[in-house]
Ligand binder design. Sequence first.
Ligand SMILES: [Zn+2]
Ligand SMILES: [Zn+2]
Length: 491
Amino acid sequence: MLRRLCSVVLAFFAMAAAAAERDPLVLRGEIDGGDHQSYREVPFTVPSGTARITVAFDYDGREDKTTIDLGLLGPDGFRGWSGGNKREFTVSAYDATPSYLPGALPAGEWRLLLGIPNIRADASASYTAEVRFTPVGAEERLPGSLQPVLGEEARWYRGDLHMHSAHSDASCNSQGGERVPCPLFLTLQTAAAQGLDFVALTDHNTVSHLHDIRGLQPYFDRLLLIPGMEVTTFQGHANVFGLQAPLDFRVGDTVPDWNALLREAQARDLLLSVNHPVRPSDERCMGCGWTPSGGTDWSRIAAVEAVNGADAGTPMSGIPFWHAQLDAGHRLTGVGGSDNHDAGLTQSQFGRSRIGAPVTAVHAALLSQQAILDGIRAGRVFVDVDGSRDRVLDLVARYRANEVAMGGMLALPAGAEADFELRLAGVADARVEVIVDGEIAPLLADPVVSDTGQPLRWRWRSDGGRHWLRVDVRDADGRLLLVGNPVYVNF
Ligand SMILES: [Zn+2]
Ligand SMILES: [Zn+2]
C-alpha cells in the first residue's frame, strides 16, 4: 500500500515537473584574437526527460568582421552544423531545424560547437547562447519563437483541415509520369496557389512530416502549417491538430478503447475532430466509419468533419451524424476537409477531392496555430463546400444586452425572443435554410438571397428548452454551398 502511495506521489511530482516551464540556461563566453581560426566546445547538461532543445545564439563584434559559426555535439557525436547561417535552431526526437538532425535526446553532457573563421588580432567579442529544454510530456508547448504568427488581424482565415502526402498514402505523377508518393512540398504549393491561409497536415498514424514542416514553414510565410495526424483505427478515424509527438493509435490493443485515446488527446490539449463518421466499416473501407466499441465521450471532442471532400448531399454526408450529436446536447464545431490524396487533382469527385475543397473558414484573432485552434473550439466557423475564395456566412443572435456569434450560447427563458442576423457574401441568388434542431424552420419570409450586401434578419421565440439554430446556403439547384455552425440556446 505504502509502495503504491509512493508511486502515486512520484507520478504526481513527475507530472508537476513535466508541466513546469524550465528557465533557459544561459551560456556566455569571450573570444579574442588568439581564437582566430579555431574551434571551441561549450559544454552544457541536458536534463533527463528532455523532449526538445532550442538554442538561440548571438555574439557581438560583427562590425569588426568577427564571425562565430555554430554546431551541436550530443553525447553520441555530431548533431548538426549551421555555420553562420542561423541564429536559432531546435532539435527534438521528430524534427530539427535544417542543418540539424532529429533523434533521441539523451541526458548528459552535450556541447555547442563554435567555429571562429575570423577575429582580428586585437579584437575581442562575447557570445551568448540561450538554451531551452522542453520536458517530455510538454512537447506541444513549443517555445514562442517556434510558433509562427503569419497574420495579425482578427478576421476570417480559410484553410483545409485534412490532407495526406508521401508521409502516408498520397500519390501523384512524377516528372516522368510515374505514380509516386506525393511530396509534401507539392501539397503546400498547391494549397498556397488556392489562396489558403492554413492547412493541417494529417497523415495516417505518423508524425514523420514534423521534420519537413520545420524546413518548409519559413518558405510558406503566408500559409500556416498546422501539424496533425489522422488517428486511423479499426473503429473510426479522427484528426488531431497541434501535436508535436506521436499519439498511440492502437485502439483495442495498447489503447483500451477510443475514450482512453480521447483522454490522452485532451491531456495533451490536442484538438480532435471525428472524420467522415458515416462510411462503411468493412472490406470496402476498413475502419472508416465511426464505430467505437466502448461508446464515445463527446465531451472530449471539439469538432466533427461535417463535410469530407465531395460527400455533401450524398448518403455518406457527415451532416446528419453531426446533427444527431447536437440534438443529444453536445456542442461540436462542424468543420470540413478535402482528405486530398493527390496534390495534382484539379477537380473533385466523391472520394477524390482537390486541395481546398471544402474550405473551413475560421474567425480567429490571429493567423497562428493557437488562434486557429481556439477559433475552431469557439465555433465561429463555416464550411465553404466548393472552396471558393470569397463566400462568407456569419450569424449572430441577440437577446437584450447579450450578443453571440456562431458557436456561442444564449440563455433564453420561455417566451423570450432573440433577434438573429445573417450576413452573407459571394452567394447571390442562393437560398438560405435556417435549421432548428435538425429541421428546416420557416423563419424567413424570403429565403432567396438577392442582394448579399444586406443582412437577413429574423426573430425566434424560445420555449425555455435546449435548442440549436444554424444556417445552410444552397445554390438555385439546391446544391449545398455553405454550412454554418450553430448558435446554442440553453445548452
Ligand atoms: Zn480517414
Ligand atoms: Zn484522410
